[in-house]
Design a binder for this molecule. Structure first.
Ligand code: DAK
Length: 261
């Protein structure tokens, strides 16, 4: 698909999806969300040997400065607003459930819907100038892309209340302390750190990585039983060629060559 709002760069299977609306600090309009959805449901299949996806924003100033405020107006009924929210939920859930690692490389402002996009990723790398905030209540809103649920999972309920109700801006170091970001790196090195992590994961058994994603996500999912998911995933992995290869390689004192079978 030809995208208008995102760029896709493929670096030997490590894909960087760039939200490319720098004139609006990469704010997410509905078209951008839909293009992200097309990439994660369809277009990723065209990438050979996909190792993982890094999501970032164009330019140095912002990862994503929220949903596009200029698109909010004109929604005429609660049902229409809820339908838009559900659409965003669906796309962000696909990112969270993606079978390969997804990492947000956050430089500059990471606000509102942008913060929610970063929270939908499996991990977050913060540049030292990254700034995180949920400003929704300044606009008379609350997060509409599941941020009110993902945030307390990471920081606990009390801190989530504080961040959502005060709109306080958090810097990179504090984001790591709170468990929101995995690492802080010098500004400009967010993508290289994310690439390093994805390349490391790519040396592991791919089916096991996919089952880790399912199982850890089940921990957060009120409709799933994470313990049962782990037991089922464990059973499935024990019958894979990758399991045979991993154990044989250990016994033969050589590096495993996984095929994802
Ligand atoms: N939307 C649209 N345009 C934005 C934008 C945004 N969120 N953020 C920045 N821009 C635009 C500015 O309007 C400006 O455009 P021009 O005036 O040059 O045409 C350009 O980007 C540069 O921004 P500034 O001139 O403001 O730059 P500054 O350095 O002075 O300030 C800032 C940077 C990040 C502090 C400031 O731009 C700012 O406060 N931006 C808004 C942050 C914000 O409140 N974001 C929204 C959070 S609420 C929904 C689901 C979810 C949501 C909504 C609906 N539904 C299902 C319907 C989520 C809501 C949110 O994300």
């Amino acid at each position: 698909m030809d995208y208008k709002n995102i760029l896709i760069e493929n670096n030997d299977g490590v894909v960087t999806l760039i939200v490319n609306r720098p004139h609006a600090l990469n704010a997410l309009n509905m078209e951008t969300i839909s293009e992200i959805g097309v990439f994660f449901t369809e277009d990723y299949k065209t990438i050979q040997n996909l190792k993982g996806v890094i999501i970032t924003g164009a330019g140095e100033k912002a990862f994503v400065a929220g949903a596009d405020i200029k698109e909010f107006l004109g929604i005429e009924s609660p049902e229409a607003g809820s339908a838009l929210a559900r659409n965003g939920h669906d796309v962000f859930n696909i990112i969270e459930k993606f079978h390969k690692p997804t990492i947000a490389a956050v430089q500059g402002f990471c606000l509102g819907g942008g913060f929610e996009l970063a929270l939908a990723c499996h991990m977050r790398i913060a540049g030292e100038k990254a700034k995180f905030s949920f400003p929704e209540v300044n606009l008379g809103l609350l997060p509409g892309f599941n941020g009110s649920q993902r945030l307390p999972m990471l920081v606990g309920k009390a801190k989530a209340f504080e961040l959502l109700m005060t709109t306080d801006m958090i810097k990179a170091e504090e984001a790591v302390k709170l468990g929101l970001a995995n690492h802080v790196v010098p500004q400009g090195e967010e993508i290289s750190k994310a690439t390093e992590i994805i390349e490391k994961i790519a040396t592991k058994a791919p089916l096991a990585i996919a089952e880790i994603i399912k199982t850890v996500n089940a921990y957060q999912d009120k409709n799933s039983d994470g313990t049962e998911q782990e037991i089922a995933s464990f059973g499935q992995l024990m019958t894979t060629k990758d399991f045979e290869e991993g154990t044989s390689a250990f016994i033969e004192k050589r590096k495993a060559e996984f095929t994802g079978e």
